[in-house]
Design a protein around this ligand. Structure first.
Ligand SMILES: [Mn+2]
Length: 327
């Protein structure tokens, strides 16, 4: 971490970015880090490969987020900071443009294997529940007081990656940070409403239709939900967050792994896996070139939907057999 602190101290202008389709941890960490760097007198630009969804409106009241447009010039920067990912390939075409500048790249992340990413300087801790937790630690390292917008960003990171403190990564650090952030004025109930209670009126029907097609496989240990292009189109139209669909499947007794397969418009399949027991889904998706965490991971599978379903089924079956020999 020392080299990262030195880099932040010595350089003046920073471009913060993260993975495509930025989630709550990614944008929360960006908001908080921009507050920290501004407090230190630095110049900060947040540039993401994709726009923020409207559920993050509360964050944009205090922090300016921009989206990279293909023709437009990138702002000048001394250091690029990759948050919640470690590879420029995860940043879409913006990643290539950042790489072409030949400036130092700092990686701040908590994903498995991120220390091998595209950074010149790393602050990676896979035991951290969220990237936002790492930013909270940086405030302490630089001895900078948290502002309310920074506190909101970090809280957003924590609730996004712990499923509102439900997942096994909700450790003591998470709860002690959460207490501190609420004491600083974060309105957790308001944030819950902003994130989860602004759904389109058609979303209950959409959710029902999607869940209808889910299947329990491998003696009820694997719950699988495949969304074809038509269903994805409905989700896009209504701004429905497909991750929400995994939670009802996760709630079924005996389910060890939930697989959500989304047919992409290019014909490949985006696959997300969640584990409830001891199965390591990060190891499963790594066979397909993906990554993530032990209990939450994803990959883009270069197959058609039906083939991807079979491949994931077989990989989960193998992992279960290794975990529970003799069953
Ligand atoms: Mn994260």
């Amino acid at each position: 971490m020392t080299t990262l602190l030195d880099l932040f101290r010595s350089q003046q202008s920073f471009l913060l970015t993260g993975h495509e389709n930025p989630d709550g941890d990614c944008v929360g960490a960006q908001a908080a880090l921009s507050q920290l760097l501004c407090s230190m007198g630095k110049t900060v630009h947040i540039v993401n490969p994709d726009p923020l969804t409207q559920s993050f409106d509360f964050l944009t009241e205090h922090t300016t987020f921009t989206t990279a447009k293909s023709g437009a010039e990138l702002p000048d920067f001394d250091v690029a900071v990759l948050l919640d990912c470690s590879q420029l390939s995860r940043v879409g075409s913006l990643g290539k443009r950042i790489g072409a500048r030949n400036k130092p790249i700092a990686v701040i992340d908590h994903h498995v294997g991120s220390e091998d990413g595209d950074g010149s300087v790393f602050y990676v801790d896979v035991t951290a529940a969220a990237t936002g937790a790492l930013i909270r630690r940086l405030f302490a390292e630089f001895d900078v007081e948290l502002t309310l917008p920074a506190a909101e960003g970090i809280f957003l990171s924590l609730v996004s990656d712990t499923g509102w403190f439900c997942y096994s990564n909700a450790n003591a650090e998470v709860f002690s940070m959460a207490a501190e952030l609420v004491a600083l004025g974060v309105d957790s109930s308001r944030m819950y409403d902003a994130l989860n209670r602004r759904n389109h009126k058609d979303s209950p029907r959409l959710l029902a239709d999607a869940l209808q097609s889910s299947r329990l496989l491998l003696d009820g240990k694997l719950a699988c939900l495949s969304l074809d292009k038509a269903m994805i189109e409905r989700c896009v139209k209504t701004g429905f967050d497909t991750d929400v669909m995994m939670e009802p499947l996760r709630s079924i007794e005996g389910v060890e792994v939930v697989a959500l397969l989304k047919e992409r418009f290019d014909g490949n399949v985006k696959c997300s896996l969640r584990a409830r027991g001891d199965i390591d889904v990060q190891a499963i998706v790594s066979q397909f070139g993906g990554g993530g965490h032990k209990k939450a991971a994803g990959a883009t599978v270069m197959m058609r939907l039906a083939d991807a379903e079979r491949a994931i089924h077989d990989a989960v079956q193998q992992a279960l057999a290794a975990q529970y020999p003799g069953n």
